[in-house]
Design a binder for this molecule. Structure first.
Ligand code: FAD
Length: 323
């Protein structure tokens, strides 16, 4: 009977792949903005698409659970870490031609925004200040100020575990903070092609800088957090009795901020261990020091329970859990 390779054997196979850096027992707290998370059995990263795909093949063949991360800005990793292989693709090429920009999944979203602005290309400037990688922005259809990255997506290139595939916009099944890639966590995004419109670079830069200024006040760059913990809610999907309680002024682009519900149940300033809900924003939770995933998850559970009890609705996390 054929036996599956052990973690040590898999590590040895990964170590043979050119341009791939491999660590064992890598503390994931180092790779998450929350600064929380125990070790991954194996962690490997590369800037080469070829090495990434080869590593995925080795990981799959081993039968060991495998996941991909980007900048770790939207992750809650358990204190015991991840029993499996964590892969990160750092390819960060950006190219522009004829109003189209193609970006590798490992590029930072802000680099993509700056690249487009510098070339007088409009369409992604409202994403200014959203941390993380292009790949994860596609995965979670990142957005802000009433726009999401999906609006500009023409094609997404990904590896499905057996072959390289390309999906057009429709096939990606984008919705608010959703895409097909959230359903198929075994599909790894490699690059994306966006369609942008010509515009004045100076005006775009100034609009982006304005957004960055506001965002940096709300989310200081050193804050250990994941941005918003919960997704906002579509007004039209709320039970009528709940929708009737929401003041019109709280509704933005057809959505009720999760923060509004959290505010009603006294979330601001709540703490558990070193995990705090910001005093100025009920949907922002941060690690004030050496916080733990256990405390973070308990605080999230408490917030959800309070909202469920008061309004009978379930808030849904925007953050992704690991381990
Ligand atoms: C201060 C702050 C503010 C934020 N503001 C916003 C905001 O305004 N709007 C918004 O939408 N988000 C916001 N976020 C959340 C976060 O920045 C986004 O979700 C971002 O897209 C995550 O990118 P990342 O590279 O860090 O992904 P990670 O946190 O590393 O991963 C997130 C998910 O993406 C998956 N993933 C990563 N790369 C790939 C890939 N190549 N292929 C397939 N799956 C992949 C991972 O498996 C994981 O499930 C904010 C976060 C912070 C910390």
């Amino acid at each position: 009977m054929k036996t599956m390779p052990t973690t040590e054997e898999t590590q040895a196979r990964l170590a043979e792949i050119p341009n791939l850096t491999v660590f064992n027992h890598a503390p994931l707290s180092r790779y998450t903005r929350f600064g929380i998370g125990g070790p991954a059995d194996l962690y490997a990263e590369t800037g080469s698409a070829e090495a990434f795909i080869t590593a995925l093949g080795v990981a799959r063949a081993s039968g060991i659970p495998t996941m991909v991360i980007g900048g770790g800005t939207n992750l809650i990793v358990s204190d015991s870490g991840y029993r499996g292989i964590v892969l990160r693709y750092r390819g960060d090429r950006l190219l522009a031609a004829n109003g189209r920009v193609s970006a590798d999944a490992g590029a930072s979203l802000q680099d993509l925004v700056d690249f487009a602005i510098a070339r007088g290309l409009k369409g992604v400037e409202t994403l200014s200040g959203i941390p993380g990688s292009v790949g994860a922005a596609i995965y979670g259809n990142a957005g802000a100020y009433g726009h999401s990255i999906s609006e500009r997506v023409l094609k997404v290139r990904f590896f499905d575990g057996a072959s390289l595939r390309i999906f057009d916009h429709e096939e990606c099944q984008f919705q608010y903070r959703e895409s097909i890639f959230k359903e198929r966590k075994d599909w790894m995004i490699l690059s994306v092609e966006l369609r942008l419109d010509p515009a004045d670079a100076v005006a775009l830069r100034s609009a982006a800088d304005e957004i960055l200024k506001v965002r940096n006040e709300k989310f200081p760059v050193t804050m250990k957090c994941a941005g918003s913990i919960f997704k906002n809610l579509l007004l039209r999907e709320l039970p009528a009795g709940v929708a009737a309680q929401v003041p019109a002024a709280a509704v933005r682009e057809g959505k009720v901020p999760a923060a509004w519900f959290l505010d009603q149940v006294g979330a601001k300033g709540m703490t558990r261990g070193e995990i705090h809900v910001a005093g100025y924003h009920a949907n922002l939770i941060y690690n004030a020091g050496a916080g733990t995933a256990a405390d973070l998850c308990a605080l999230i559970a408490e917030l959800k329970a309070r909202v469920r009890e008061r309004f009978g609705i379930d808030l849904e996390e925007e953050v992704q859990y690991v381990g």
